[in-house]
Design a protein around this ligand. Structure first.
Ligand SMILES: Cc1cc2nc3c(=O)[nH]c(=O)nc-3n(C[C@H](O)[C@H](O)[C@H](O)COP(=O)(O)OP(=O)(O)OC[C@H]3O[C@@H](n4cnc5c(N)ncnc54)[C@H](O)[C@@H]3O)c2cc1C
Length: 491
């Protein structure tokens, strides 16, 4: 039986482990943290429960497919609930907000309240975005495209031309909407993959498209429950999942890996290694510099995130998902992606999971998760110096726009997370919370593929590999890895 070591118990690692164990491989997962899930983990303190990262589950059918692949039914033990409206978007203090709904008729009416003229174009916009979605889904997301022969298939070339040469995501949105608020409301979703809508292909409009047509979903207890359920599935299939085990190095003999060295001094032999540790980190820290043609310094990282997790002692007058965009949306993007400074008027995402699931906070309290996109560590911001002043800037905006009147005395628990914490806790180079940026040069065929080009028994799964970042997309990444491993290494 071939022995596989998986480095990291993020969803990419857990999905590979479960599927490969089910296929008869001897699989061990080594996770450095105390809990599984990576960015999809969560924590509780003082009666408040938070997700560390993801809060919106899109394309839940991909998760269902994972459980089906390992002979289980997601609905038997992991409930999910639709959230509609998905979110409320604020554009300026005291001005009308827009509810983003996955009910197309309702959404058209909401848009009409801002601009009747733009509302008339909503269905054409969805139709075009749907074409991007279909092309990307079949040609890239669900497919391995690592050989030239995969890429030169007429269907793939045509899909690539369709999604790759169609201008930026921002251009796509501007073609259909004239109102600057609507342009912002339909393009800020690029931040879900850590990029400016002006820097990535129009095809990424598929993110907003799936939210607008398939909806967004929540999990009672938080999305982190997905990771725990996947760990259970992996163990059920026969994989060993070990936490508190940090891999120090992927050991090579010539052009082959023979296993991994752990920080505790032990060595674990393997026939194949799958690294779910983020790809730029894997190359920079787990492999010798000259072992690979992938040069981490030429890879472009996504932005980072500044986070506040607040246990609030009273109920807040907000919904589960709220966005406060920068009043000058493009200037806000420039601050992060061009000037690489802390935005004066930050874009803010608020998640209040206890609105949907009261058990996630003490009675009469609310759990409040605050995410602010910020430049990654390449910007050289001194977070030890800036963090408290930036916290104040963020809370001042929340209070001014939403009239929450949040004071320190209202806060029973607080955790601040900066890009340095993302780097240190989850092995994300430059603290880039969403992995490699999804630019055209780092998408589809051009994104680092799921096997090292020269070390033929070393595979990569996760957000910085093909096809990209986000829960469903990382699950596709795992399916691609499993397909390659089973094809290339029969048991
Ligand atoms: C703030 C934030 C919000 C997000 N929101 C959403 C959302 O709403 N919806 C959505 O779909 N996606 C969202 N995402 C993206 C999503 O979280 C990621 O794409 C996905 O979880 C990445 O999974 P992964 O398997 O690639 O890697 P990771 O989750 O990064 O897992 C990698 C694992 O490897 C471990 N590891 C690293 N180095 C070592 C080592 N040396 N030894 C052993 N173990 C190691 C890490 O500890 C980690 O557990 C969000 C991400 C962030 C950060």
């Amino acid at each position: 039986m071939k022995k596989i070591v998986v480095i990291g118990a993020g969803i990419g690692g857990l999905s590979c482990a479960a599927q490969l164990a089910k296929k008869g491989f001897d699989v061990t997962v080594l996770e450095k943290n105390a809990r599984v899930g990576g960015r999809l983990s969560g924590f509780s303190a003082e009666g408040y429960t938070f997700d560390a990262g993801p809060t919106l589950l899109l394309m839940p059918w991909v998760l269902d497919d994972f459980f089906r692949r390992v002979g289980m039914r997601r609905e038997d033990f992991l409930p999910i609930v639709p959230v509609d409206p998905v979110s409320r978007v604020h554009f300026a203090r005291g001005q009308p907000a827009l509810d983003l709904s996955s009910d197309v008729a309702k959404m058209a009416a909401n848009i009409a309240a801002f601009s009747p003229h733009d509302s008339e174009r909503y269905s054409a916009y969805l139709q075009k975005s749907g074409q991007y979605y279909d092309a990307a889904l079949h040609a890239f997301l669900q497919a391995n495209v690592h050989r030239l022969s995969d890429f030169v298939k007429p269907s793939v070339v045509s899909a690539f031309l369709k999604v790759g040469l169609s201008g930026s995501y921002w251009d796509h949105v501007c073609t259909y909407f004239d109102d600057p608020r609507l342009r912002a409301a339909f393009s800020f979703q690029s931040i879900y993959v850590g990029a400016s809508p002006r820097d990535i292909p129009a095809a990424y409009g598929l993110i907003q498209y799936v939210e607008a047509t398939q909806g967004a979903w929540a999990v009672p207890g938080g999305l982190n429950r997905i990771a725990s359920a996947m760990e259970r599935a992996a163990v059920h299939c026969g994989a060993k999942v070990l936490t508190g085990k940090k891999v120090r190095e992927i050991r090579l003999e010539g052009k082959k890996t023979v296993g991994v060295d752990l920080s505790d001094g032990t060595f674990m032999a393997a026939d194949l290694v799958v690294s779910n540790a983020d790809l730029p980190y894997s190359y920079a820290h787990l492999l010798p510099e000259k072992s690979s043609p992938v040069q981490t310094r030429t890879l472009e990282p996504s932005c980072s995130a500044f986070m506040l997790y607040l246990g609030v002692k009273r109920k807040l007058p907000i919904g589960p998902h709220t966005f406060l965009l920068p009043q000058d949306f493009l200037a806000g993007l420039d601050a992060i992606f061009k000037n690489r400074t802390l935005p004066e008027d930050p874009g803010i995402y608020l998640n209040c999971p206890s609105k949907l699931f009261p058990e996630m906070a003490p009675k009469n309290g609310d759990a409040l998760y605050v995410l602010v996109p910020v430049p990654n560590l390449q910007a050289g911001i001194d977070w030890k110096k800036e963090r408290l002043a930036f916290r104040k800037r963020v809370l001042d905006k929340i209070n001014a726009w939403l009239l929450l009147g949040l004071k320190d005395a209202d806060v029973a628990f607080e955790r601040i997370v900066t890009p340095e914490d993302w780097r240190d806790q989850y092995s994300l180079e430059w603290g880039s919370t969403f992995g490699l940026a999804p630019t055209l040069a780092q998408s589809a065929f051009f994104r680092p593929q799921n096997r090292d080009p020269s070390i033929r028994n070393l595979y990569f799964v996760g957000g910085s590999t093909h096809p990209g970042s986000g829960i469903p997309i990382v699950l596709f990444s795992a399916n691609n890895v499993v397909e390659r491993i089973t094809h290339e290494n029969p048991t």
